[in-house]
Write a new protein. Structure first.
Length: 193
């Protein structure tokens, strides 16, 4: 089965992230879930984003790289995955790892440099509309990822909130969450075969 590095959102390492890791483990995958916030967890997005700003994206990326480094042994191919901000970080790691097996993005993306090469399968799950992932942004992101060589599959969930897979948040949408997890597990199964 796949070896997955799963990165949390701006809320921190919430129970929904550990539950997601358990769901993936139950499907037979090995999942690593680093705490990029050093134990800080937030109940609202404003506080989580304020902490993100305080720490800085570069530092969070450094912490994510530090979490991935011990996993990158010869012959190991990681699937990078993340929720919202964690998805953005996972995307950056995957684009820098020429041996990446795949990229699973839940609720978030990151900018793609023009010179990026990403010949990997990518699956994105995003609310529609999403205040953090606008239509124009997603269209440009999709085109840049395709130009980089990625095989991109986008799943949109009309009417769901931004972090619709977290049952403890107001964004939660059970139907969208169930559909996203079913597609994600199928994607991971294909990567592993």
């Amino acid at each position: 089965m796949a070896q997955i590095l799963l990165l949390h959102s701006a809320y921190g390492l919430r129970p929904a992230v550990t539950a997601a890791a358990d769901r993936l483990r139950a499907a037979g995958h090995t999942v690593h879930v680093p705490d990029l916030y050093d134990g800080e967890v937030f109940e609202d997005i404003e506080a989580g984003l304020a902490y993100h700003e305080q720490v800085g994206t570069d530092e969070l990326l450094r912490r994510a790289i530090g979490a991935a480094a011990p996993l990158l042994t010869p012959g190991t191919r990681l699937v990078y995955a993340g929720f919202s901000l964690g998805g953005a970080l996972a995307q950056n790691l995957a684009l820098a790892d020429e041996h990446a097996l795949g990229l699973l993005l839940l609720h978030g993306t990151s900018d793609v440099r023009d010179e990026a090469v990403a010949e990997i399968p990518v699956q994105l799950h995003v609310a529609e509309p999403d205040p953090f992932e606008t239509e124009d942004w997603l269209n440009a992101w999709y085109l840049r990822m395709r130009k980089a060589g990625a095989e991109v599959e986008v799943h949109r969930y009309r009417g769901a909130g931004h972090l619709f897979t977290d049952p403890e948040l107001a964004d939660y949408d059970e139907e969208a969450s169930d559909a996203a997890w079913a597609a994600s597990l199928a994607f991971l199964s294909e990567l592993d075969s």
